[in-house]
Ligand binder design. Sequence first.
Ligand SMILES: NC(=O)c1ccc[n+]([C@@H]2O[C@H](COP(=O)([O-])OP(=O)(O)OC[C@H]3O[C@@H](n4cnc5c(N)ncnc54)[C@H](O)[C@@H]3O)[C@@H](O)[C@H]2O)c1
Length: 351
Amino acid sequence: MIKLNLYRNVKVLVTGSTGFKGSWMCYWLFLLGAKVYGISLKSNEEPILFNALKLKSKIKQFNCDVTDYHKLNQIIKSIKPDIVFHLAAQSLVTKSFMDPLSTINTNVYGTAVIFKSFIQNNCNTFIFCSSDKCYKNKEWIWGYKENDELGGIDPYSSSKAAAEIIFHSFINSFKLNQKSTKCASVRAGNVIGGGDFNQDRLIPDIIKNYFNGKTINIKNPSSVRPWQFVLEPLSGYLELGLLLLTKSKKYKLPSWNFGPDFNKIYDVDYIIRYTKKNIIKDLKYNLKKNNKIYESKFLFVSNEKAKLELGWKPRLNLEQTLDFTFDWYNSYKNNENILNITNDQIEKYYR
Ligand SMILES: NC(=O)c1ccc[n+]([C@@H]2O[C@H](COP(=O)([O-])OP(=O)(O)OC[C@H]3O[C@@H](n4cnc5c(N)ncnc54)[C@H](O)[C@@H]3O)[C@@H](O)[C@H]2O)c1
């Protein structure tokens, strides 16, 4: 396994730096001693993890729309990053129904824009953060592998599939992975962790309703998803990024799944029951089927390739993941120094 402290002094650009995963990623890279640059839309929302982690003083942040080629290219030209992690996206399935065009614009065109600028500026390594939802969901009971068919039944999922197709076409057309693999797409499962304040996601919804003393309506309790702690996929992205940057190795297929093990996947109902029994005993909820928008029932990605070829593996089970997550939110609610618990969780997770 490659040592993450090799990130010391590496110039890393993270798009989507003010988002949930982007903030954890920038903070972890900062702790590793990397020179971290962030790109995202200007956010006036509160709370956001970026502010809670005081990232403004720890990284060099640019507010820029990833669909603005001219501005973005100027930024990349001035930084000349060694490695780009492209996480910026309209990341919510429900929002993609309300605003499909801007979802497609950001997720598809925005990915093409930043990748084109990366090529233009001869940067070294590019990791595109795609999604488990990029696969054509056939409601299989086994996990999708990296060479399975792409699809996507809703606007968000199809935007990720479309971005993947364009991304791979650029790699081939501009002969980017010819000598060694330098560009890759990564497909993670449903990520859970402290500091996610997005709408219409299970854990943030539980937290918001609980903190406000409200009853939460649980949609689609029987939906099975590859839930995982936020540091699971991020550790995979970071290890892969370093390997591509420092080693001259060619991988046949430049896509990687980072999901939980097959015997560690659960439905929404299990998460709710575990949370009520063990963590929030007075949690009030209604189970309610959502017929308004279509969501797949069963989704799981195989992590075999990452295990075999990278030596990456998931470290936490779902119960540990939920304990870590609710501990973080409790600490936040009690106005404790959030950096302490964040440092502590990164250290416990990756020791
Ligand atoms: N959270 C999950 O469970 C999950 C699962 C699989 C894949 N992903 C993918 O991981 C990535 C990060 O997810 P997240 O949960 O942190 O999302 P998030 O919604 O919390 O953050 C999105 C980030 O992208 C930025 N952004 C959005 N539109 C932009 C634009 N036009 N220009 C510049 N920046 C823009 C936002 O400012 C924000 O920083 C996304 O690509 C998402 O699709 C997330």
